[in-house]
Design a protein around this ligand. Sequence first.
Ligand SMILES: [Zn+2]
Length: 303
Amino acid sequence: MAQQETMTIMEFQERFSTEEACREYLFEKRWPNGFVCPKCGSVGEPFQIISRNLYQCKHCNHQASVTAGTIMDKTKTPLRKWFMAIYLISSDKRGCSALRLKKELAIAYDTAWTISHKIRNAMKERDENYQLCGLIEMDEGFFGSPSKGAGKRGRGTDKTPVVVGLSLGEKGEPEFIKAQVLETVDGKSLSEFAAVTIEQGATINSDGLPSYTELSRKGFEHQSMVYDPINNPDHLKWLHVVVSNLKAFLNGTYHGVPQKHLQSYIDEFCYRFNRRFWQDQLFARTIFACMNASPFTRYELIG
Ligand SMILES: [Zn+2]
């Protein structure tokens, strides 16, 4: 939808000011060529059960909704608020904390928290469709929550290792990233990360940590170089920039996050980073991700 691509927040609010407008948008995204019954596959105008926002197939009487099978399924929160949450989380590179969502959307904190985690999960699932390829920089960073005992900080033992892979373009510019929280930094976990997130045969640059040598036994071209910021300042340069941006994001927007949810905030960062050149399309892309992500309940989030 061309008119949507450069929407300001004001235009966005006007465009999606009613539940009907949101539902129509979802209908068009879900059935771009007209209604198709999800049960029997018949096409053709359904009966509209307006009071319950359902579409009933004229062939088999199945009642379908635009939100069935999406993260908005059976939600009690108005779609208008979901749309705004998706807009805020996807289009601001600093993201949007549950506290801010609560205030902006006038919803309960728990609801804001659940909605934002569901959106992050949709972002994660979307990014899982892609692997890094070509030339990859790989390194690990250590993330510590500032809420942990300040006296302990900096020792390393209370920090969580996160491995980051960054693919570089032909001119050495950063392209896409993947990042994962690890239990420990060892050859097994690093090569498992690479096997899932990086295309077989790709070239991986790392520092001299011996654990990385395992990569060359797992079908990757591995080049290691001892980190030397004085004589070789460009080695893993972009990767270090990305890691420090990720740390700034976690501390700035979320003021440090509990280890249990660190991965989902990292997924959010990676999702936006990987689409930073499609800023205008972020809402449309993210709502598409939300329509196709696996729905899960608040209970599953907390459990
Ligand atoms: Zn049907």
